[in-house]
Design a protein around this ligand. Sequence first.
Ligand code: ZN
Length: 317
Amino acid sequence: MGKTARLTLIHEGLCILPSRGKNSKPHFGSRFFLNHAGRCVESFQSLFTMSIEMNKKTFGFLMVTLLLVAFLGLSACAPKSTSTPTAESHTLPHWTYEGEEGPSNWGKLDPAYETCTTGKSQSPIDISKAIEQDLSNITFHYQPSKVNILNNGHTVQVNYDAGSYIELDGARYDVAQFHYHAPGEHEIDGKSFAAELHIVHKSAAGSLAVVGILFQEGAENAAFAPLIQSLPAEKTDVKDAGVTINAADLLPSVQTTFRYSGSLTTPPCSEGVHWLVMTTPVELSTAQLSKLESIFGGNNRPVQPLNDRPLVEDNTP
Ligand SMILES: [Zn+2]
């Protein structure tokens, strides 16, 4: 018998370990064997061999525990759902102002638009029974901007040059862009207006404040000429129209506002928007209004319920 064979000879009972006497049972996980000198020695085995030789109950318990730990570990790291949309894979659906994809169905078009249906602080609203208060004035710090204009398929928008802002209750909101709706979106005591301009402002923290200016038919308005002459009739990327405009000139002379907390008036209808609707409408000529309507006529969301929101009117210019 060769050395190797003798080392692997395992023979319980016949092998006597001097310290433990004849017929000693091996320790857990060990075996006796005769070494090359013919002496009886004890050898510990690998974990794998040990597990095979454990009694079935102990082995089963250990394996269940290992599998459970592995499962919990994987669950904690796994994404909630493999179908979770990502910015790369999920394009938000098209929406319109009429038909199947119109305002009454916006909330059903995509979960991202849900607030359009479920939101309780939606815009626009019919402004009536506003509570008059002496509110702190909005201060306008508007500078001229290039007319960086685009038609996004829902409105014509001017992306405003950086540096113009308003101060509202001590906070700064920078002008991001303005765009129009025709007819207007907000109503006053049930009366609708020919069009409405929205000057959208954003604070450094990301909250929005929108100044709404209502238009009614009247005299030609020279301040709007650079916008009116630059309107792109078809969907376009942003382009520099080569003219400048100053949002300060678009404001009415009396700058008191109706104020309430509302939403975007287009999907996703996000709430938490500070609405500042000018109490005094601004005049545009019939020709100017026609030009606006010729590109977008009917891009207005219907008025939404006020619910229990406070609606106040600043009564001090
Ligand atoms: Zn708007």
